[in-house]
Ligand binder design. Structure first.
Ligand code: ADP
Length: 157
């Protein structure tokens, strides 16, 4: 069973990595799907976010990575799977994720969204806050892995 883990991953945090790690040991295959249609204004380009997904995916034998445009349900179908994976941190995630999952199901009834509850040690981490800390030259070492931090530093040279 392949699950698509879609997101903007702007940037990839330890919260996302926690979901990837647990998914890789729970499902046959996981695909990190970097959305090109990002409603939020992104700090990192699509190619930079794809490179981060690649850095994460290379740690696991059954994790792949891709970018996509358009609807996640269409991307899932194009990859012959009905399964979309999302992470849940709190009730506000629940409200928006439940709405997304129900609307996706209305668009394609065979799609199932699977949720993993965030691990305790990373549930406060959000890409939005990480972007803000990065823009203020703050320390993000508690929120992102060393490999991702090194990659981001390499972009600034
Ligand atoms: P989007 O812009 O589509 O919401 P994100 O890149 O912000 O995508 O997040 C992708 C997925 O990862 C979402 O399901 C989100 O809830 C989840 N996620 C983000 N941060 C965490 C975290 N700290 N712990 C668990 N899941 C998380």
């Amino acid at each position: 069973m392949l699950v698509i883990y879609p997101g903007s991953f702007d940037p990839f945090t330890l919260g996302h990595e926690d979901i990837v790690k647990r998914a890789s040991s729970s499902f046959d295959e996981v695909m990190l799907a970097v959305s090109e249609d990002n409603a939020k204004s992104s700090l990192f380009s699509v190619s930079e976010r794809l490179e981060m997904a690649k850095i994460i995916a290379e740690k696991y034998i059954n994790v792949s990575f891709a970018t996509y445009q358009g609807l996640t349900v269409d991307f899932a179908k194009a990859n012959n799977t009905n399964f979309i994976l999302r992470g849940l941190r709190d009730t506000s995630d629940f409200d928006s994720e439940a709405q997304n999952a129900l609307m996706n199901k209305t668009m394609n009834n065979s799609i199932e969204t699977i949720f993993l509850i965030s691990s305790k040690n990373v549930r406060e981490i959000s890409s939005t806050n990480v972007r803000q800390i990065l823009s203020l030259n703050g320390d993000v070492s508690n929120f992102m892995s060393d490999q991702i931090i090194s990659y981001i530093k390499s972009l600034k040279i």
